[in-house]
Each structure stands twice: as C-alpha cells, then as structure tokens.
Unconditional design. Structure first.
Length: 137
C-alpha cells in the first residue's frame, strides 16, 4: 500500500489513541521501527502483509474508500468484482470502479463516459492506446 497523507494521518490518530508507536505496533502486530518509518516518510509503501495487520487497527481514522481496503477484504467481495485483478488496477480508484461497472452503463452513454475518462487522465497517448474501458458489446 502506497503511503499517502490519509494513511499517515490515520497512523498518527492511532498513535494518539494508543499513546505510543510501540503500543500501536503491538496492537497491530508490526514492529515499532516500521511505524516510525511510515510516519517520517522513510518508507514509501507498506507491504501487503503489514497492511493486512495495520488496516483493522487504523481503519477508523482512514477515509471510507475501497482503495484503502486490504487485499483480503477485496477478495472477500470478489463476487461484486472488487477483488479481481483488472486492467485498470493501479489507476485512480474512481476509474477502476467505473471500469468494473462498465457492463452496467447504458450503451448510449459509453462513448461519453470513455471520452470523459480519457480527458480526466489527461488524454495521454497511453490512454488512447489503452482505453480505460474495453468494449464488451
């Protein structure tokens, strides 16, 4: 999980709640030095294994956004399409969800949605070569 400002703020909120980095680390099952690296920006990301442990402890300080959910939560929702590998994974969360809902978008709107998504992505050549949504019929 890439460490962004909301994650750092959530970790800070949890440290304030637990009173020390060590107490938060103990509650989450991670190391105290890892908490320190995540807070001071010395680490750019949190491993999947550590995110699985940390997320439940800091979740109440995070935005309610599926992009923060650990893989196990996404996999549990796989029947709704949230946990599967997808060509849009790694792109902005709104685009991933739009792409996963592509089959539910009325055909009359698909061209407009495709153009809006490409424009939001900056209309790059990459977006033109690899449109965010594949035609499915």
């Amino acid at each position: 999980m890439k460490i962004d400002r909301p994650i750092q703020q959530a970790i800070r909120g949890a440290v304030a709640h637990f009173r020390t980095n060590s107490d938060l680390a103990r509650a989450a099952g991670v190391t105290q030095p890892a908490i320190g690296r995540w807070l001071d920006g010395k680490a750019a990301a949190i491993s999947d294994a550590n995110w699985e442990r940390l997320y439940p402890v800091i979740a109440k300080w995070l935005p309610d956004d599926p992009s923060y959910w650990p893989r196990s939560m996404l996999a549990a929702l796989g029947d709704r399409g949230l946990g599967r590998a997808h060509p849009c994974d790694g792109r902005p969360p709104w685009l991933v969800e739009m792409c996963r809902a592509w089959d539910e978008i009325p055909a009359d709107y698909k061209t407009a949605v495709r153009i809006a998504c490409m424009a939001a992505l900056g209309g790059t050549q990459d977006a033109a070569k690899n449109p965010p949504m594949a035609e499915t019929g």
